[in-house]
Every structure is written in structure tokens, then in C-alpha cells.
Design a binder for this molecule. Structure first.
Ligand code: NAD
Ligand code: 0WE
Length: 257
């Protein structure tokens, strides 16, 4: 499906990362991968993961830093010439921002950091990589329904995801003529490192699973499968979309018993 496509994956932290499941499918389907990771804390995992995924090249890149983003793309281009795909699977908000009522916890600084890492970082990567993307290339990012509908505790992350999804539409509109497609995958809740820091996540997961049309939670592997499709030429007619991999949760105005 993505045979010989050169795909950069940003957002690997450990084996539970959604990005890790995306890599599993991409590698199975014949892609040539490169990874970037936030800092040396993730080095050990990344090196082992690269060894089992075709000796992928690895690059350190803190997305809060423009020159590190520039270097990341430069390194990929030196290695590959052109880039066929990018996975942006990154989100961050200071923990105090996503716990409790929004009016009690939102701050100017918390808002700025959340939007910087969770939305601008996507724009920064796309802006830098666009000149080097091939004629039938594809970029995806990960989002959550909290961008569209108020979700307890998600707070300013929901605002940042709304901004991220708008970014997907703007970049897809202007890069379409170059053959670059841009989409988002909106995943249902999955237990990952980012999710494990959230109190009450397990009970939320249980409740959510019962309320989806499919009657269960989705798996990271299912997100990987849809991501591989969006990165492949099988989705050549799709751009600017937010594709839900959530067991159908988003289509209900009221949950069914
Ligand atoms: P994760 O913690 O495994 O991944 C988040 C990644 O963001 C980590 O690899 C972390 O290193 C990276 N990151 C954070 N700040 C960074 C920075 N300054 N520079 C570089 N990298 C940075 O968690 P995940 O759940 O796999 O999250 C991946 C994406 O999926 C996020 O966009 C998240 O919002 C989205 N998402 C998650 C869920 C869920 O329930 N887990 C649901 C829908 C969408
Ligand atoms: O986007 C996310 C996770 C976002 C996230 C999680 C953390 C925890 C650790 C961003 N920043 C941080 N910062 C930390 O310090 N999801 C979609 C998963 C998620 O997070 C929630 C959810 C869901 C679902 C937070 C509150 C309510 C629901």
C-alpha cells in the first residue's frame, strides 16, 4: 500500500504511542521510515524501535524550536532527496491546564504552550517540508473530537485541536496543486503515555467504549490502518479532511443504551 514511500514519523515516545502503531502498519506495508523524537529521554526506545523497523534513520527534534525543525527536514532531504509522507502525532498541554473547569485553570502561558506544541508545530513542519514533498505525497496529523464538542477536562487542548484542524484545511487548500494532500485522523480515546497522565482516564475509556455504535473502544492498530491508507495513493482523492477512527462515536447526538 505504501511500498517504498519515504515517510517521516514525528511523535514516538514508547511502544504505546499511536505513532508506534502507525509505524508498525507502514513498515508492514513496505514503507521506508525515519523517526524524530523529542529529546534524549526517548533515545533508547527509538534506537530499538528503529532496529525493528528497517533500520530507520532517527533524528532528535524538539518542536518548540524552529532551528531544530529546519535541521530535521534538512537531514531527511539529505538522506532521501524527496519526502513522500509525514506523520505528526504530537500534542502537549501543561498538566494543570487539562484538569478541572476551564475557567479555573486556563492561563495565558498555558494557552500559548498548548497551541504552540499542539497546533503551530504542525504548521511549522508542513511549512518547512512542503518544498521537498513529492508530487503524490501525503501529510497527516492526529486530533480528537474535543476540538468540536466540549469534553470534560480537555479544555484548552480542545481549542488547540480546533486550530490544528483548521490548519489542515488551509494547508490542504494551498498545497493541493503541488500534489500534497493534508488530512487529520480523529482517534477515539486510547491508553497511551499522554493519556496515562490524565486522572479518571480508565473510567472514561470504559464509559466511551459502551457508548460507541461499535460497542467498544478502538485500537491503536485501527488508527495505524487508516493512517496508512491516508498516506497511500489509495486515498488520492482525499484532502483537507478529518477522518474519525472512533467506532462511530461522533455521529450520535445522544448516546444509545
Ligand atoms: P504519546 O505521549 O505517545 O505521544 C505524544 C508525543 O508528542 C510524544 O512522542 C512526545 O514526545 C511528543 N511531544 C510532546 N511535546 C513535544 C515537543 N516539544 N517536541 C517534540 N515532540 C513532542 O501520546 P499519543 O496518545 O500517542 O498522542 C499522539 C497524538 O494523538 C497527539 O496529537 C494526541 O493529541 C492524539 N490523540 C490521542 C488520543 C488518545 O486517547 N491517546 C486520542 C486522539 C488523539
Ligand atoms: O490529546 C490527547 C492527550 C493530550 C495531552 C495529555 C497530556 C497528559 C500529560 C496533552 N498534554 C498532556 N500533558 C501532560 O502533562 N488525548 C486526546 C487524550 C485525552 O486527553 C484528555 C482526554 C483525552 C481523551 C484529557 C482530558 C480529557 C480527555
Amino acid at each position: 500500500m505504501v511500498n517504498d514511500k519515504k515517510i517521516l514519523v514525528i511523535g514516538l515516545a514508547n511502544k504505546y504511542s499511536i505513532a508506534a502503531s502507525i509505524c508498525d502498519v507502514l513498515y508492514e506495508q513496505g514503507a521506508e521510515l525515519a523517526f524524530s523524537y523529542q529529546n534524549e529521554r526517548f533515545e533508547k526506545f527509538i534506537n530499538g524501535f528503529a532496529a525493528t523497523h528497517g533500520d530507520a534513520k532517527t533524528f532528535v527534534c524538539d518542536l518548540s524550536n524552529d532551528s531544530e525543525i529546519k535541521d530535521l527536514i534538512k537531514n531527511c532531504v539529505e538522506n532521501w532527496g524527496e519526502i513522500d509522507g509525514i506523520v505528526h502525532s504530537v500534542g502537549f498541554s501543561p498538566a494543570d491546564q487539562i484538569s478541572g473547569n476551564i475557567e479555573d485553570c486556563i492561563t495565558r502561558e498555558g494557552f500559548a504552550i498548548t497551541h504552540d506544541i499542539s497546533s503551530y508545530s504542525f504548521a511549522a513542519v508542513v511549512k518547512e517540508a512542503a518544498p521537498y514533498m513529492s508530487k503524490s505525497s501525503s501529510i497527516i496529523t492526529l486530533t480528537y473530537i474535543g476540538s468540536q464538542e466540549a469534553t470534560p477536562n480537555y479544555n484548552v487542548m480542545g481549542m488547540a485541536k480546533a486550530s490544528l484542524e483548521a490548519g489542515v484545511r488551509y494547508f490542504s487548500a494551498s498545497l493541493g496543486s503541488k500534489g500534497i494532500r493534508v488530512n487529520a485522523v480523529s482517534a477515539g480515546p486510547i491508553k497511551t503515555l499522554a493519556a496515562s497522565g490524565i486522572k479518571g482516564f480508565k473510567s472514561m475509556l470504559n464509559k466511551h467504549g459502551k457508548e460507541t455504535p461499535l460497542g467498544r473502544n478502538i485500537t491503536a492498530k485501527e488508527v495505524g490502518n487508516t493512517s496508512a491508507f491516508l498516506l497511500s495513493d489509495l486515498s488520492s482523492g482525499i484532502t483537507g479532511q478529518v477522518i474519525y477512527v472512533d467506532g462511530g462515536y461522533n455521529i450520535q447526538a445522544m448516546k444509545f443504551d
